[in-house]
Structures are given as structure tokens and as C-alpha cells.
Design a protein around this ligand. Structure first.
Ligand SMILES: Cc1ncc(C[n+]2csc(CCOP(=O)(O)OP(=O)(O)O)c2C)c(N)n1
Ligand SMILES: [Mg+2]
Length: 291
């Protein structure tokens, strides 16, 4: 049985002291251990950004992809390897450069966990306005305040048929552990939007900002995670109001994951199938056919 120590590496994160990424980093390792996963069972796909360094700081199979292309690579890894796949990327990576991939991941219901560290800023490149920055957000690229209304990732995921939509926040690491555990047990695509504190480029939203506004949806009377309309109402609450609903907004387990319908995977993950049972993957056959 793996322990936290099995996920440890000899490298110290370069994140700022007090960065919310430390909270998600610890929550991920705790969730992996709680579920009994060994590092070799898992594969972490990241993009480019501060939070996308996540797989550098733990002992886990992983790959950094191009900025905004994490979900496409995660889909490939999931289909070919059969491993439990977790993506970690930023709001810029996930909802800006990768926004197109996001809606298709939601509707396809491919079985992987998508963790978006949503600090509402492009942090690695030193503080430009991002797709989730709030109206009026002052940054190097919006000195007079952002003129754009932000993307609502939770509402977008719900509208595209996502089967697991959750929000966590870095001031509550124990809730993050619970959300990651639930997402990893989900059959299809599972989004966790993590409201991440950025102590350097988004100083107007420190830990207290979230402590004062966040509440847990499961504590609301009549809460029912299978109620899509209720989930959409929660999703639309922020940033329209100052209340931030957290927890599992929506979950349905009755729809199959995309990979459950792929006939080539009936015999097991592609990497474990002998090449001969996959004539189309035989490069000699392909070359002979086309020469
Ligand atoms: C195609 C492409 N465009 C732009 C960049 C430059 N770039 C690197 S990281 C980054 C922003 C990352 O922001 P986010 O995804 O929110 O992650 P954070 O650093 O906030 O964790 C940008 C614009 C790049 N590497 N590749
Ligand atoms: Mg960001």
C-alpha cells in the first residue's frame, strides 16, 4: 500500500510561499494514498503555467504538454494506456488556450479527472488578465481594469453535458481531498475547478476572500447532486454574486465513459495488446498497403 512518502521527490516546489498550489499538491497526494493507488497506476498530464509544474513535484508518470493542449493529450493517454489519468492545468491553459478542448472533453465524457487551478490570472507569465479574471481586474494587460466578462467554467461544463462538475478552493485542503477522491471514482469526465489563491498576481483575492464567501452546497437544504437545474443555479451564482458555492455541484453515474464504447479497447488497454491483433497499428502493413 503506497504512502505519502512514495509520492515524494527530492525537489522543492518553486511556487511562492503561500501559493494555493501547495494545497492542491498535498490534497492530490492524500487522495491517491486514500484510494490505494500506487504511483505506477497513475498518469498526470499538465499544460504550461505555475500549477502545471505539479507533476515535477511528485513521483508519478507524467507529461507536460503544449499550453492549452492538456486535455487532448490526456484523452490519448487514457485511451492508449488504461491508466488513471489526472490533468492539472491553469485557467489560462484550460479555459483560454484550451477552451475548445474543454467543451469537447465535457461532452465526450472521457474518463479522466480535470483539475483546473483557477487563480483568475496568467501567473507564470507574470500577471496578465486571464479568461476567468473578474470584470475590472487590473493587470499589466488591463491597467484600466478588465473590460471582459469572465468565462463561467462550471456553467459551460454543465451546458455541454459534463457528468461531474465540482468546485474546490485552496483555503480548504480537506474538502479538496474529498473532491479529488470522488472525481477519481467517477466513471467519465470529472471537472474540479479549484479557486486558487495567487499571492503574487491576484492579491485582491487572498485566503480570507474565499473564507468569507465560500459555502458548501451539500449543506444547503434539499441539495441533490443529480439535479441539473439546481447545479446550474449554483454555477451561475459566482461571480454574479459574492457567494461562492463549493463541493460537487453535479454528478451522474448512469452514462458510460467514452472509452467504454471503443471496440478496440474491449481486449484491454492498447499498450497491453499484442501488435498483431491491431493490424492498423502495424507499420509494415501500412507501408506495404500505401507503396
Ligand atoms: C501557445 C502558448 N501561448 C502562450 C504561452 C505563454 N504562457 C506560458 S504560461 C502562460 C499562462 C499560464 O496561465 P495559467 O494557465 O492560468 O497558469 P498559472 O501560471 O496561472 O498557474 C502563458 C500565456 C505559451 N507557453 N504557449
Ligand atoms: Mg492562472
Amino acid at each position: 500500500m503506497a504512502t505519502l512518502q512514495d509520492y515524494a521527490v527530492d525537489v522543492r516546489p518553486t511556487w511562492c510561499s503561500g501559493c494555493g498550489n501547495h494545497s492542491t499538491w498535498n490534497a492530490l497526494k492524500r487522495a491517491f494514498v486514500q484510494l490505494g493507488y500506487e504511483p505506477r497506476d497513475l498518469f498526470m498530464v499538465t499544460g504550461v503555467g505555475c500549477c502545471s509544474k505539479m507533476n515535477d513535484y511528485m513521483r508519478i508518470n507524467g507529461i507536460h504538454t503544449l499550453h492549452g493542449r492538456s486535455l487532448a493529450v490526456a484523452a490519448g493517454v487514457r485511451l492508449a494506456s488504461g491508466k488513471k489519468v489526472i490533468t492539472v492545468h491553469g485557467d489560462g491553459d484550460g479555459y483560454g488556450e484550451g477552451g475548445n478542448h474543454f467543451m469537447h472533453a465535457a461532452r465526450r465524457n472521457l474518463g479522466f479527472v480535470d483539475i483546473v487551478e483557477n487563480n483568475q490570472v496568467y501567473a507564470l507569465t507574470r500577471g496578465q488578465v486571464s479568461p476567468t479574471s473578474r470584470l475590472g481586474f487590473r493587470s499589466s494587460t488591463s491597467p484600466g481594469g478588465s473590460l471582459e466578462r469572465p468565462v463561467n467554467p462550471l456553467a459551460l461544463a454543465l451546458s455541454q453535458g459534463a457528468t461531474f462538475v465540482a468546485r474546490g478552493a485552496t483555503h480548504d485542503m480537506m474538502q479538496l481531498v474529498e473532491l479529488i477522491v470522488a472525481a477519481m471514482q467517477h466513471r467519465g469526465y470529472a471537472l474540479i475547478d479549484v479557486m486558487q489563491v495567487c499571492v503574487t498576481y491576484n492579491r485582491a483575492m487572498p485566503y480570507d476572500y474565499y473564507r468569507e464567501r465560500a459555502y458548501k452546497v451539500e449543506e444547503v437544504e434539499g441539495y441533490d447532486a443529480t439535479d441539473w437545474n439546481a447545479a446550474m443555479a449554483f454555477a451561475l451564482e459566482y461571480p454574479a454574486t459574492e457567494r461562492i458555492p463549493t463541493g460537487i455541484l453535479y454528478r451522474r453515474e448512469d452514462l458510460p465513459a467514452y472509452e467504454e464504447g471503443v471496440s478496440a479497447l474491449k481486449a484491454g488497454p492498447l499498450v497491453e495488446q499484442p501488435l498483431r491483433t491491431r493490424p492498423l497499428a502495424d507499420i509494415d502493413l501500412l507501408l506495404r498497403e500505401h507503396m
